[in-house]
Design a protein around this ligand. Sequence first.
Ligand code: ZN
Length: 439
Amino acid sequence: MGNFQKTIEKEVEIEGIGLHTGEKTKLILKPAPPNTGIIFIRRDIEETEPIKADIDNLLDTNKFPRRTSIGNEKVQIHTIEHLLSALYAMEIDNIFIEIYGSECPGLDGSCFEFVEVIKKAGIKECNEPKDIFYLKEPIYISENNSHIIALPSKEFKISYTLDYPNTLINSQFASFIITPEIYEKEISPARTFCLKEEVDILRNMGLGKGSNYQNTLIIDKDKVLNNEFRFNDEPVRHKISDLIGDIALLGKTLIAHIIGIKSGHSINTKLIRKIKELIKKEKISGVGSPSYIPITGHQLEIEDIEKIIPHRYPFLLIDKIIELNENKAVGIKNVTINEWFFEGHFPGKPVMPGVLIIEAMAQVGGVLMLSKEENKGKLAYFMSVDRVKFRRTVRPGDQLLIEVEVVKLRSKVGQIQAKAYIDGKIATEALLMFTVVEP
Ligand code: ZN
């Protein structure tokens, strides 16, 4: 997964029949600037307004069953789950979707053609970092014998168990790490399905007017009616694609292992709401353990650090870099009683000076900026320090874990969000701006 937000390169169109309305419908997908999110705009009605694909705009699943619908009293958009699933799995963060009709086209009942149209449009990276949330604690929802569990993980992974006794499906289990490549090949071709005995019920509810044996697998006790599976376990794979569509409503990149056991849209979206609450709580309190999980990159020892930044004892304030990626670095400083500054700050009451914590953060930021190929051998100077908060004192014996992340990066100027933690609790945070100069 790249670290920067993505949109599509050029405008593309896709049209088809809505699975539920049976009406012809068209989408125009357009590139969108950073931090836009996924925005739908109905173009077939007079009084329209943009609707963001977000859990807060989700319409009641009891009112609009068997599909994902977003909107408000005035504007509604239905059956967006397969398009959302494809956008999310293809890592598209920002896009405008103009829709001519109330429902997304059903196409072949899978997410495959949406993946194709996204690839046809081309994928473009911008220079704003992706909004990533690493789940740090397990959470779950359990209701009427169906369950959904989210666990901390280094990757975005989905496992799903499905159970339809006395049918051709029976029990199925599948588990995938979701990358665009795996999604395209293993998940996106899996089509929607329903049991034979459900067909009349759905039709009586006024649903499924656009579905047929081709775009919906009709499952009987021992066979698929008038069709064949693309995978032996096509139904469970389709359930995974639907689940990804629900996760897209979080509006952020989620790194977690999601485990669904007979879970449907209703409890899936409850889990997403719970994760959103968790994110809000972390933001407000400013505490919570660091989002550092060493996924890629490598460690730097003190000798490596000295090759990147010019600082030396007693002014080198980092011991080790434990993660270094294009966009992020995590450094460690073990604070001991022998530090030179404790002698006078303060006699008998040793406290690490706040400005030196800022300096340590700046040095981790310096490693991040100057380790880039184009900046090798240059120097990083401070331009500004903003939004500094000292939340707790740092004392001998503490280990400072310093996490810095690129907020903005132009050719010579970088803005970096820095956070220093002790025992998983935030000690200091600041927004640092640097300029990179020739020595
Ligand atoms: Zn589906």
